[in-house]
Design a protein. Structure first.
Length: 151
């Protein structure tokens, strides 16, 4: 039985574990796994308890099989919008044996519904080429107005 539920600060270790798997799969975690896992758990515990982050977990028979996190970013007000939040979706990861079953899609839909209910009008994300089709099918489009400089 599949259940999608909102994560709470007590789920920080689960979110951190899935983040470690995500970065391992991307080939970006060569060493320091324990330190990275602990830092991620500390971040999720803090961010979920302060409302800076929201997250969802898909569970099959009580076991986590997919996760999604979304950072909420307060922005300066704009005319007609005194409260302005944007969101950055990240940490979307499904266990390899559970992929192509619509789990990530269900998590993304839950996150988009939350964002809409909170008046968030922009959700950004970075994605792999393998997952781009799913996000595009859910209405995400490339955006060319951003410039970035890494320091």
């Amino acid at each position: 039985m599949l259940q999608v539920r909102r994560a709470n600060p007590g789920d920080a270790a689960v979110l951190a574990r899935f983040r470690v798997m995500l970065f391992e799969e991307m080939g970006r975690l060569d060493s320091g796994e324990a330190e990275f896992a602990q830092a991620s758990e500390n971040y999720f515990s803090w961010a979920l308890s302060t409302g800076r982050e929201v997250a969802w977990i898909a569970e099959e028979y009580g076991e986590p099989v997919a996760v999604l996190a979304m950072t909420l970013e307060p922005m300066p007000p704009k005319p007609g919008r005194p409260r302005l939040l944007e969101a950055y979706m990240h940490n979307v990861y499904t266990l390899p044996a559970r992929r192509m079953r619509g789990l990530a899609k269900r998590l993304v839909i839950a996150a988009l519904e939350y964002a809409s209910s909170e008046g968030i009008r922009r959700v950004r994300l970075y994605t792999s080429d393998d997952a781009r089709w799913m996000y595009e099918n859910l209405g995400f489009v490339p955006h060319s107005r951003y410039l970035e400089r890494k320091l």
